[in-house]
Design a protein around this ligand. Structure first.
Ligand code: NDP
Length: 297
């Protein structure tokens, strides 16, 4: 079997078009422009690239973008004061604090200072609780993107066996919650899981969010399963360069799976598209305007 490739780049472009159309309608019908504020503390080069990309894509779909770059030695009090101002600013509908933060700043404290309705990353403790109890939440962007791709591929996910490898707060746990909400039978695997290969072979849907290059090989996969590879790992090539690979060994997995996301070009592009979708959703909710269909969980 050679798996169907789930093209996240093309899917993300469609999501961005939908967001742009939603933004245009909000402006024309309600005179409201959704705004996203991104806060970057310090000078991590990878984070700077992410923040620049987020700003560009925010503007490209017609939203307002507010970038706040703070020095690495910014105090917690200064950062919390900025978040307070953004919470109170009616032009800002979404707030994202780029992680990781420098060591002297308490990430949980900072994230939980964001107004939950503006928490477009979905990491605030209120949103975690709302998602876990099946209520209307802001949903973390990466798992939301994975869910969109799975729904597009399968239609209904009801009754399917799903295994999520990884139990982080930003990917594994919310992914499992979303699959459970769509009535999958969900198992979460992690570094202490026994006989993980056999467990994964039971999965109709296998999500790998581990951070270990090419750990999941073709013999872990049930024939015909859908494989979502969240991992982004940079490895060295024999030629002395580097390349990006996922947590799944694409070459062997694609021989067995029914459908699979590539790395790069799978889950990655969906993450920023879902951030834009969440900002539009947050703007609609705060203005009591119906949300566009298909952009939330
Ligand atoms: P974390 O490091 O926070 O979590 C990794 C999880 O994998 C942990 O739960 C850990 O288990 C588990 N794990 C580690 N080793 C093994 C093993 N040998 N067998 C089974 N489970 C194992 O990572 P994240 O969730 O933040 O990210 C996961 C991957 O996804 C990374 O490659 C990251 O770069 C990528 N990523 C991609 C995004 C995108 O936009 N595409 C966005 C976010 C992340 P335990 O809890 O027991 O330690």
């Amino acid at each position: 079997m050679t798996a169907k490739i789930l093209d996240g780049k093309a899917f993300a472009a469609r999501v961005r078009e939908q967001v742009a159309a939603g933004v245009a309608r909000l402006k024309a019908d309600h005179g409201v422009t959704p705004g996203l504020a991104v806060v970057l503390v310090g000078e991590d080069p990878a984070s700077e690239v992410y923040v620049r990309n987020k700003g560009k894509q925010t503007l490209a779909c017609g939203m307002a973008s507010f970038e706040h770059k703070l020095a690495a030695e910014t105090s917690e009090a200064e950062l919390l004061a900025l978040i307070d101002r953004l919470n109170a600013d009616p032009a800002v509908h979404g707030i994202l604090v780029q992680l990781p933060l420098p060591d002297h700043l308490n990430e949980d404290l900072v994230i939980n200072a964001i107004a939950p309705e503006k928490d477009v990353d979905g990491f605030h403790i209120s949103n975690v609780g709302l998602l876990a109890t099946g209520q209307k939440a802001m949903v973390p962007c990466t798992p939301l993107g994975c869910l969109m791709m799975l729904r597009e591929e399968h239609g209904s996910l009801s009754g399917l066996n799903a295994v999520v490898v990884g139990r982080s707060n930003i990917v594994g746990k919310p992914m499992a919650q979303l699959l459970l909400r769509d009535s999958c039978t969900v198992t979460i695997a992690h570094s202490r899981t026994r006989e993980i290969e056999a467990l994964c072979r039971q999965a109709d849907i296998l999500v790998a969010a581990v951070g270990r290059p090419e750990m999941v090989t073709g013999d872990w996969i049930k024939p015909g399963a859908t494989v979502i590879d969240v991992g982004i790992n940079r490895i060295e090539t024999p030629e002395g360069g580097t390349r990006l690979v996922g947590d799944v060994d694409f070459a062997s997995a694609a021989q067995v799976a029914g459908a699979i996301t590539p790395v790069p070009g799978g889950v990655g592009p969906m993450t920023i598209a879902c951030l834009l979708a969440n900002t539009l959703t947050a703007c609609c909710r705060s203005n009591d305007i119906p949300e566009p269909e298909g952009l939330t969980a």
